[in-house]
Design a protein around this ligand. Structure first.
Ligand code: IPE
Ligand code: MG
Length: 231
């Protein structure tokens, strides 16, 4: 062997997986359970996907937890989903074990139209601070998030500062450090794109699965990642 040409195997590229969580309600209905049980099961599936992602070449996992459109759902369902977000953002020890940090994107708390309740704001702020030292997987939860609102805000902030172009828009996204999405996952047989990361998904692969989100697991994640084989 020619030692001069020897170089250690390159680390696999870290990828960004984004998930549109869908089908929690149908998962529950199929079992004769209230929709809220589907959301509870969905939160547990998310914890499993975080563990699986942390053990793979996933650098960023971004999930659509609650959209700007979801507020019209029945009050008890919204309340349940909000309390689950407190739980998600409360999984700090688990995040530490996975060397994962938590981030959040959505309508900034103090801006007009923002609706994140104060107790969820506190859970978000605490989770971000407590997991910031973890250097592995970055888990971003989109809550009170809508892509069109994000882009309209980015464009107006860009315009206030100078010329509007792709670079200036990108700098004004909620989290400008979020890299482009490599694979977008949508569960529950819905073959459509929603109001999620419309700027960031440019050029990504899309993994559609018939499984509802509570049944999404490590094997499904592997199938989604397999779309990147050969890239
Ligand atoms: C996704 O599941 C969870 C959220 C949008 C918060 P759904 O609640 O949309 O479940 P289905 O689509 O009614 O089955
Ligand atoms: Mg749905």
């Amino acid at each position: 062997m020619n030692d001069k040409n020897f170089s250690p195997a390159a680390e696999p590229r870290k990828v960004h997986v984004a998930c549109v969580i869908d089908g929690n309600g149908r998962w529950a209905q199929k079992r004769g359970l209230p929709r809220t049980e589907g959301h509870t099961a969905g939160e547990e599936a998310l914890a499993e996907v975080v563990r699986a992602a942390a053990a793979r070449n996933v650098g960023w996992l971004t999930v659509f937890g609650f959209s700007t459109e979801n507020w019209v759902r029945p009050r008890p369902e919204v309340r349940h989903i909000l309390s689950l977000h407190r739980k998600i953002f409360g999984r700090v020890d688990e995040m530490r074990r996975n060397n994962a940090s938590i981030r959040w994107i959505g309508r900034p708390f103090k801006e007009k139209g923002a609706r994140t309740p104060v107790y969820v704001q506190r859970a978000i702020d605490k989770a971000i601070a407590d997991t910031a030292p973890n250097s592995g997987l970055v888990v971003t939860v989109a809550f009170d998030y809508g892509s069109r609102a994000e882009l309209a805000r980015a464009a107006s902030r860009a315009a206030a500062a100078g010329p509007v172009d792709p670079t200036s828009i990108e700098k004004n996204l909620y989290d400008p450090t979020l890299p482009p999405v490599d694979v977008l996952v949508r569960t529950s047989g819905e073959k459509r794109i929603s109001n999620f990361l419309l700027w960031q998904i440019n050029g990504c692969k899309v993994y559609f699965t018939d499984r509802p989100w509570p049944d999404f697991d490590a094997a499904e994640l592997d199938q989604a990642l397999a779309l990147l084989d050969g890239d």
